[in-house]
Design a protein around this ligand. Sequence first.
Ligand code: ATP
Ligand code: MG
Ligand code: MG
Length: 553
Amino acid sequence: ETKASSNFIRNIIEEDVKAGKQAKIVTRFPPEPNGYLHIGHARSIWLNFGMAEEFGGACNLRFDDTNPEKEEQEYVDSIKEDVLWLGYKWSGDVKYASDYFDQFYEWALHLIKAGKAYVCHLSAQESSEYRGWATKPGKESPYRSRSVEENLALIEKMRVGEFEEGSCVLRAKIDMASPNMNMRDPILYRIRKASHHQTGDKWCIYPSYDFAHGQEDSIEGITHSICTLEFQDHRPLYEWFLDNLPVPHQPKQYEFGRLNLNYTVTSKRKLKQLVDEKCVDGWDDPRMPTVSGMRRRGYTPRSLKTFCDMVPVSKSNSVIDVSILERAIRDDLNDHAPRAMCVMNPLKVVITNVVDGKVEDMIAAAHPSKPELGERTLPFTREILIDRSDFSEDSSLSRKKFKRLVLGEWIRLRGAYIIKADEVVKDSNGEIMHINASLIPDTVGKDAPEGVRPRGVIHWVSASHGVPVEVRRYDRLFSHESPDQGGEDFMTYINSESLSVITAVAEPSVASCAAETSFQFEREGYFVADRYDHTPEKPVFNMTIGLRDTWAG
Ligand code: ATP
Ligand code: MG
Ligand code: MG
């Protein structure tokens, strides 16, 4: 069961709504399109879209696209797709920070005319020396006192491309002695002679995050601008721009703690490195903590929301145990996924008292407690397959420990007969080739007769009617609990055995399913038909999660 946990952002919004501060709350999710979304972004989406939903407001999807070099259309597309998949709808059209570049430029001119911004030619190195550090006041740039006319002429030259990249920037004139480094004449514009995925070659100067973000919020009428903790120190600057520009609206910024998961990394830069160095098969590899990776792994939007509900929204960054995420999907699939049988490591069993060629259809419920999911047909034939690990010749194994098939004893086949293992047939190397068994008639869906004690119930498929399926099993991508903090580069902790692929044999009902259909393969775990590679002719299943948390101990 899930328990709605504390959320101080909700409390703030609730108070504002009660006090009638705004007619309607407006939030936004503002990704930079420089990578695919990850679990941390899902958290921010859940919070921004979720709060808007809960309080009858609106949430914008806005691309914070002020860095032309690192941004791409592919990322824009994937982000939109992920937000929709998570089950959210943005208000109106998708927004882009770049939609406002003309307005930002006007506002830059406004600050220059008010004597509050100047073009500075210090090099990056000089700039950082002049800036000082937290305990040492900075020094004013020698360009700080140039005239308004000179600044206007220079910014125009910057805009039309007369200066080289890096040769100058536009800075706000605030306070070089401020204890807050962000207030020491921050950069408003820098020169980047790069094509932009939205504006093409129209601009060669681009606004900084700080000069853009609050103004974007203002233009869009955002009431609650929710961001992560690292922007707390930027808040005075966010407010300084709103106070010093003729903006249409006053948004307010609130910060909450970033969500991180153990055994993985949640930074687009690092995830990109995994992709670029081919440690994974793309951003949506099922081992990735990206939204599209988790989707391909078989996570459901509902399970991700449940996970977010379980983790408190707090004022500090946190590392959440990945087992909490895994529990959310396991519980969800336990409730919703139909059951099926799939034998991972097949061993043939010949049932000698069944006529060759005869097919008897067994009927089984798709889900033990959800009759609405219907039934499935399990063809039962003379030759069936069971898992090798479900058979032993050793009759000294205790009934408690080994609830499987033992030579000379009985087992129930799930949804079918009770059988007895009569004989083991081996090859010249002593390898088991198959087992000869016999069934007890009239035991389908009925108790065992007097004197017959099956050790347990095992899964099986018909050897002739079962379908070969490719099964991809995953282990953690990193072997270290905190790959970011292990002392070595995070890449050294990659688990080289995080993927294994086998061919298994499944009951026929699973082959025809649509891509992205999830099943519980009984006694094995939860599996999903691969989003891209699965076809009825060549079924491919990805393991989502095991039946139990095997990492607990
Ligand atoms: P990364 O370090 O992965 O690049 P980012 O913060 O630079 O993350 P953005 O594209 O700027 O990525 O993020 C869009 C929104 O998602 C921002 O409001 C950001 O604060 C939020 N966000 C990003 N990562 C997390 C996280 N781990 N937990 C919660 N919110 C996050
Ligand atoms: Mg970033
Ligand atoms: Mg960012």
